[in-house]
Each structure stands twice: as C-alpha cells, then as structure tokens.
Design a protein around this ligand. Structure first.
Ligand code: GLA
Length: 380
C-alpha cells in the first residue's frame, strides 16, 4: 500500500513536471520560407512567415517586401488577418494600390515629378495625375528584395536588401537599401529602414499596409477610433501637393488628438476633405526632437483590437482608403470597397524636395539614412 502511494505521488509529480516542461517548450519564434510565385519576367518570389509565441503570424514576400497577411488576436483571443492584400503574386503584379508594400525611393508625392539638387534638375515619372507618387513606375513596391532571416528566443527578423542603381526611376546615386522587419513576443512589428548613397540624393521610405481591425474586409473602417499625436497637418491642393504652410488641427475635422471615429467628420463640407476625397494628408507629428515616440493609434471597439504606431519620423500620412472603389478582388472572396482599409504611413512630408521649410530628405554620400517605425497590436 505504501509503495503504491509513493508510486501514485511520483506519477502525479512527474505529471506536473511534464506540464511545466510543456510551458517551457512553447513553440519558439519561427520563420518559415516557401515559394510564393514566379513573376511575369520569370523571377522567383519567396514568402516568409514570421510567427511569435503568442500566435501572431506575418507573411512577407520578397516582391515589394509586401506584407500579404498579418494576424492579430481579438478580445476572445481569435487571431485573424487584419491587412488588405491578395492571395496571388499575379494579382499584385496586375494592379495594386500599394497593398502592404515597402515604398521608395520617395514615399508620397513630388510636384510635377521634378526636384533640384546642387543646381541639377532631376525629372521623375509623372505617375499620379500631374505628380510623381511613391517612387515611380517601378518603385520599391515592385522590385525583388534579397532576403535573409534570423531568429532569437524572442524575435524573428527578416532582412531585406535592394540596391537601386544610379538614375533608376530618375533618382541620382546608387542607393543601397536595407529594411528589417522584426516581430517580437509582445505583438510588435518593428520596421527599420537603412540606406546609403554614392551621390547626393533624396530618400523617404515607408510601409503601406492597409489595416482593417475588424478582420472583415467587407466592412468599412469608419467606426475605428483614431488618435494622431499631432497639433498640425499639411494642407494640400486638388492634386494633393502641399500648399506650403502647416495648419493647426484645432477646430477642424483633422483634430485626432483625442480619439475620434474615422467616420465622424469625414463627410463634412471642408475643402481639404474634398481635395483628399476624405483623409489623405500628412500630419506633422508632435515632439519631433524626441526620436521614437507615439504617433498614432486605431481602436476597433467590436473586436477590441488596438493598433499603436511609434516612429522617429516627423510625419504620418493617414489615408482612409478613399480610392478603393470595388474594382479590386479581396483575399476573402469579395471586392475592396471604398474605405475598407486605412493606412498610417510614417514618413517625411510630401514634396519636401521642393519645400524649403520642410525637414530635409537629402542624403549625402558618407551619411547613413536611418529610420524606425513600430506597429504594436493588443486588445482593449
Ligand atoms: C497613398 C496616397 C494616396 C493613394 C494611395 C494609393 O497613401 O497618399 O493618395 O495614392 O497611396 O492608392
């Protein structure tokens, strides 16, 4: 009997130890690689799936460094995809409003596709009405990046590299660019941008994910509650080029200093909202001398999902998906209707090369371009 008791106790203890072991051997942070597709020109495109211990999964492809899916937990712990995009490479190659892509060499618009540096005028593609947008005809969103992955106990990183040749898309200098995506166990995705050049040039890199925190791409984002840490924004003309001065957000639909539904004032009679077809503006973030700081957040009350964005950039373009018009197929079977996704693109201001008073986007040889943005998901 005594022996039996000892046996039972030992089995129970072993059971406990085993259980403890189980917690210690939770699935580690991982990265899986597989083929995503082959481009029309016959180039291979890989997909990297970054997974953390809590269950977040982010898929990134080497074409455009595009985040094709990104799962986040709702208040019941259900992980669902919260970014717009496509299921196939062919769809990305056919037509995309920059879904999930890395943007370069210049995120946002440059008036009439022209700028000057050291008395030389450079001409860029005019690919957005009268202006140059997001790097041109074949920007960083459409090139193949070289990839290398690495993991530690708590982080999974994907290092993407691309060498943009001198005068590619009209920009001077060979620009060696590295973008590192790092997912950690706190459901944070850090995006680190680095670049160097051999001739004086301009650079303004960003990430163009479209979020819909409901995880239902048939719903609009109008009920998301948005906060932007900015006392001023940059008014634009009808072609979305800055007028020059900053405007106080106070008493305007552009005041998101206290959280407010995206849809609350979007349809108000307001010249800036008319020019943007809604929100499609750059906010001049507060505390620009502080380095990394809180920039913006979006909260979706039904799912409880909260997205927070931190950056060391001076600005953030908040775009409310105004040009989505039901013509592009969604991942989940339907189509992307207007305002079914929003972007929070951290960056320098639009058209900076032609605006003397805006923070400089000039990069000289022997300087290093460095910038960082963190997207944090949680529930509230
Ligand atoms: C950016 C621009 C928008 C629009 C989208 C892509 O966010 O500011 O005007 O061009 O990209 O459709």
């Amino acid at each position: 009997m005594r022996l039996f008791k000892i046996y039972v106790i030992s089995v129970l203890l072993l059971g406990c130890t085993h259980k403890n072991n189980k917690t210690n051997t939770m699935p580690p942070v991982t990265i899986e690689k597989k083929q995503f597709g082959i481009t029309k020109e016959g180039q291979n495109v890989d997909q990297y799936l970054l997974k953390n211990k809590s269950g977040m999964q982010i898929s990134i492809i080497t074409y455009g460094g595009i985040i094709t899916s990104w799962t986040a937990a709702d208040k019941n712990g259900d992980y669902k995809d919260i970014v717009l995009g496509y299921n196939t490479l062919e769809e990305y190659e056919t037509e995309t409003p920059y879904f999930g892509a890395l943007i370069g060499r210049y995120g946002n618009r440059i008036a009439k596709g022209r700028f000057s540096l050291n008395d030389t005028t450079y001409t860029l593609a005019v690919n957005n009405g009268l202006n140059h947008l997001h790097g041109g005809l074949k920007g960083f969103d459409k090139v193949i990046w070289e990839a290398e992955s690495m993991t530690s106990d708590t982080e999974a990183s994907l290092v993407l590299k691309y060498l943009s040749k001198d005068m590619e898309e009209g920009y001077p200098g060979n620009l060696a660019t590295t973008v590192t995506y790092t997912l950690n166990d706190n459901d944070e995705l850090r995006v680190k941008y680095e670049a160097s050049t051999d001739k004086t040039t301009i650079v303004n890199l960003t990430q163009h994910s479209y979020f819909n925190l409901t995880a239902d791409f048939n719903k609009t984002v109008l009920d998301h509650e948005l906060t932007i840490n900015a006392d001023a924004f940059i008014p634009v003309d009808e072609t979305l080029i800055p007028l020059g001065d900053l405007s106080e957000v106070s008493q305007t639909p552009f005041d998101f200093r206290a959280s407010k539904r995206i849809g609350q004032q979007i349809d108000e009679e307001n010249t800036q909202l008319i020019n943007g077809l809604g929100y499609d503006h750059c906010w001049a973030l507060n505390d620009q001398d502080k380095g990394m700081r809180f920039a913006a957040s979006a909260y979706e009350p039904v799912s409880g999902r909260l997205l927070e964005v931190f950056t060391d950039e001076p600005g953030i373009q908040f775009y409310s998906g105004n040009f989505l018009d039901g013509s592009l197929p969604s991942k989940s079977g339907g189509v992307y209707e207007q305002r079914t996704g929003f972007c929070l693109e951290t960056q320098h201001y639009p058209d900076s090369p032609n605006q003397e008073d805006f923070p400089s986007v000039v990069l000289h040889p022997n300087e290093k371009y460095e910038s960082q943005t963190t997207f944090k998901l949680s529930v509230k």
